[in-house]
Design a protein around this ligand. Sequence first.
Ligand SMILES: *[C@@H]1O[C@H](CO)[C@@H](O)[C@H](O)[C@H]1NC(C)=O
Length: 259
Amino acid sequence: MHFLTTPAMSTFYSCISNAVLLFALLPNTDGYFLQLLTECRYTSEDLHDIEFLSRQIFNKLEFARYNSTLNKYIGYTEHGVNNAERWNADPAVLARQLSNLDVCKHNTALYWENMLKKTVEPSIEIISASPASSKHPAMLVCAVYDFYPKGIKVTWLRDGQEVTSDVTSTEELSNGDWYYQLHSHLEYTPRSGETISCKVEHGSLPQGKVVTWDPSMPEAERNKVIIGASALVLGLIITIAGVVYYKKKSTGRILVPSS
Ligand SMILES: *[C@@H]1O[C@H](CO)[C@@H](O)[C@H](O)[C@H]1NC(C)=O
């Protein structure tokens, strides 16, 4: 499954740079806000529909816009229309704006290569939790952390069969650091001997990944047991070594002749 190479046509990727000019002409809080927003817009990696836009915004109102597809300015207010007319009459102005489309193409190709194409595999963990409703006595949560980019499918399997009922899931939540997380809940009535798994499909996992729930012991408990057992073995070794050493020493002492 490749989510990246087939984005929905409605998805616009854009790279926006924003120049803000703030005129504090009046004392205190009043001022004027002029923004110049330049944008490279495209829907797919082949960049067949890439366009460069330069929007001029005064106090939140866009009054004029250059659109590279038209190679023209469009005015939206009286002031904008007047300016658009003047800029459109100057071939040098239009040529300069159109050359920004080449900058867009160059930068966007780099952006795809270095960012949009990158994928990061999530960590997947199944944990047991108390059910939200009283319909079933048990609930499992498949916690999927730190994947990139957005676009993931998480399903539950019971003995290899996909489960669709009593499954709820969060949205793909943004961590705010480029990564996303998602939590899928399965409410169920345990059957003996069954296997329950969580299947994750994502751009970073070409074959998908299946994690199986191990009901025997939660990992934290298992770790405690492992640490305890290791300490016990280590203690036994030291004790045996001590006893052997002591025996050797005491036999040695007996062998020393006394006169
Ligand atoms: C730019 O102009 C083209 C051609 O008219 C149009 O299809 C496109 O939607 C315009 N883009 C924006 C963001 O206004």
